[in-house]
Design a protein around this ligand. Sequence first.
Ligand code: SAM
Length: 119
Amino acid sequence: MGELHHDEHLLEQARAEIWKSWRRTCAENADHPRAKELFNPDRLPAFHDPFAGGGSLPLEAQRLGLEAYASDLNPVAVLINKAMIEIPPRFAGRPPVNPEARREKTLIARQWRGAQGLA
Ligand SMILES: C[S@@+](CC[C@H](N)C(=O)[O-])C[C@H]1O[C@@H](n2cnc3c(N)ncnc32)[C@H](O)[C@@H]1O
């Protein structure tokens, strides 16, 4: 499971399947009265989990390239989702901000992928 989770090739294949499926959906709904607005083959629809709990579904949706939204009536779940899917993208590709890491020039100069720097 841990290895699949980080398999970038597999994620790329899944992203391509999502695009394929979305383009087919758009083609099938081309005569919908609001097709232009609702079925744009160049823009994936956003993902919303209204019962997000621990946030695994919006997190995976985000990793698959979808704009992800989460909500829940439990404020603890909301906090978890903020920490999992709202805050990390703001630091994507950025180096660590803590003073100790900032003093270490080699750490700042290297490439930081995704939320590695935040972690
Ligand atoms: C089974 S959990 C979701 C698990 C989640 N898919 C995951 O992978 O962690 C169901 C969630 O729905 C939330 N919930 C239940 N009733 C709700 C309601 N009426 N409105 C919003 N959230 C609700 C609960 O607080 C709980 O976090």
